[in-house]
Design a protein around this ligand. Sequence first.
Ligand code: PEP
Ligand code: MN
Length: 263
Amino acid sequence: HGQPTDVAIETPDRAVHIGQNHPVVTIAGPCSVENEEMIVATAQYVKASGAKLLRGGAYKPRTSPYAFQGHGESALGLLAAAREATGLGIITEVMDAEDLDKIVEVADVVQVGARNMQNFSLLKKVGAQPKPVFLKRGMSATIEEWLMAAEYIMAAGNPNVILCERGIRTFDRQYARNTLDLSVIPVLRSLTHLPIAIDPSHGTGRAEYVPSMAMAAIAAGADSLMIEVHPNPAKALSDGPQSLTPQRFDRLMQELSVIGRAV
Ligand code: PEP
Ligand code: MN
């Protein structure tokens, strides 16, 4: 497999590189973009703590059709405002190919969520656009299926794929939402040149377990982390229980800096 893939992300501030030969890149922000004030404030907080990219969902894949579905197109405008205000690059999820063009206008990285990992027509379309793709592992996907999903994107012409482990289906939901499979870090390293990201927020579903899993991910060699941060987790419209406060996130970033490739 030769040289490691170096994914270069153009952000207003600078080019951010995700790959084995670069410092760990932390992506942080709320599960959902709720309003302008909260997304801009969260962006400022996570930037001050060292995050290089802002995450935030406009289109949300919710289990229940009655749950908050994201603010859609108007949230893309709010992400653009946060990008402008902070200089952070933006990553947001595409659920439907119909929305891809307008997402690509705002996003510096396009996220394909766990539930769409094998949506082959969507994979071909994100492969045919120029922005890097953050491909989350399906909740019951094998490594082979995940790598083949990445192949769909690359075969369509886009070599800039980041693989993100976000926890797999667990039999014990009493203590964690998913089982975060950190063993994929050495496994993927032996199989692929693509960068490896870990999402301990969805991986555990509980804010109190996020810091230790983030530290373990860095110790095991992850190239990037995705962490949910909300200014008031108790009031979050989605994924509050797994979201860190800005203060806890800041402390985590300091803890991480002593573990591995400078965060
Ligand atoms: C998310 O990042 O908010 C998300 C919905 O992630 P996943 O696709 O991993 O569930
Ligand atoms: Mn979420």
